[in-house]
Design a protein around this ligand. Structure first.
Ligand SMILES: [Zn+2]
Length: 310
């Protein structure tokens, strides 16, 4: 998961105007109807097959994230062709749930800084069913925003501190802390939740829990992040794990091949690792990041640590 820096972001003009004009809470549904002078909607993408386009609004989010899903960091293609029709393959996600009363009262549902863009969040369970991914309704594992739905989460990709806590294993697991098993993790999380979570209301009258990072000790935060990775975002689902493992293997062979060269000095090895880190940490000339690039960056930084100890 990459850090999404919303502090440097330029909020879209149409959105700022809309929020200014409306003293009382506005809502996301109304925002989506806004049009420019040519009668074209700013927000077009719904993440459903009825909507077949990407608006200027979604394009700004995509560019901000280098065309990666905010949670799984898989590539978000702008369009996918199905039966010669172009369908958009992105969903706008509200980190703070759009339908919470707090969100509406504080205009978070139309706050650009609360919005991130995500993949469709449906991966085929096994490779053999991959062909029917997306709009075919075969076996799926839900992840990212599609798994999170309207739940509250502690882990926040806009927080660098959270992102720096994330680690990866050679078999493609994303994790924050080692945990015994899912049942124990859930039980430990519930203990913290009972003690520290805030009860939140949704506009339909239902309630949910919000475990805010600022109220947690570092140990509790780590546990909550692990919980969110596993249970809210479901990021260790088979296909995502396989893809991360492939990334790990690729960078591992690349570095191993390089380091096998005879007479390579430690300094040259360091230079090589640094150049690779900077390559994966920057946008390419199309303005995109390599999908799941954080796996490679994590691997490279580990190699650097090992090298420095030698
Ligand atoms: Zn995703």
């Amino acid at each position: 998961m990459r850090h999404i820096d919303k502090t440097k972001t330029t909020q879209p003009d149409f959105l700022l105007r809309f929020r200014k004009q409306n003293e009382t809470p506005v809502n996301y549904g109304e925002m989506r109807k806004l049009e420019n002078d040519n009668g074209e909607k700013y927000c077009k993408c719904q993440g459903t097959k009825q909507e077949r386009d990407i608006g200027a609004f979604e394009m700004q989010l995509l560019k901000e994230q280098g065309f990666l899903c905010a949670y799984c960091n898989d590539k978000i293609p702008e369009y996918k062709k199905v039966n010669n029709q172009k369908y958009c393959k992105a969903k706008v996600e509200h980190w703070h749930p759009e339908s919470s009363v707090f969100s509406i009262e504080n205009k978070l549902d139309t706050d650009y800084r609360n919005m991130i863009i995500c993949c469709m969040g449906r991966k085929a369970v096994s490779k053999s069913t991959e062909e029917v991914e997306d709009y075919g309704m075969n076996k799926k594992e839900l992840h990212c925003d599609t798994s999170k739905k309207e739940l509250f989460m502690t882990l926040d990709p806009r927080e660098k501190k959270h992102i720096n806590k994330l680690k990866y294993t050679e078999n493609g697991q994303i994790y924050c802390i080692d945990f015994e098993d899912r049942k124990t993790l859930k039980a430990q999380y519930n203990t913290i939740k009972d003690k520290k979570a805030t009860l939140m209301k949704y506009k339909n009258g239902k309630t949910g829990y919000f475990l805010e990072a600022k109220n947690l000790t570092d140990e509790e935060l780590n546990l909550a992040i692990q919980h969110d990775l596993e249970f809210i975002l479901n990021l260790n689902t088979g296909k995502l794990k396989n893809d991360r493992q492939t990334k790990w293997n690729n960078i591992n062979s690349e570095v191993s091949n390089k380091f096998r060269q005879p007479y390579l000095l430690s300094q040259q090895k360091r230079q090589f690792l640094n150049s690779k880190i900077s390559f994966f940490d920057n946008l390419d000339d199309k303005g995109e990041y390599e999908p799941m690039c954080m796996v490679k960056i994590f691997y490279l930084k580990q190699r650097m640590k090992r090298l420095n100890k030698e």
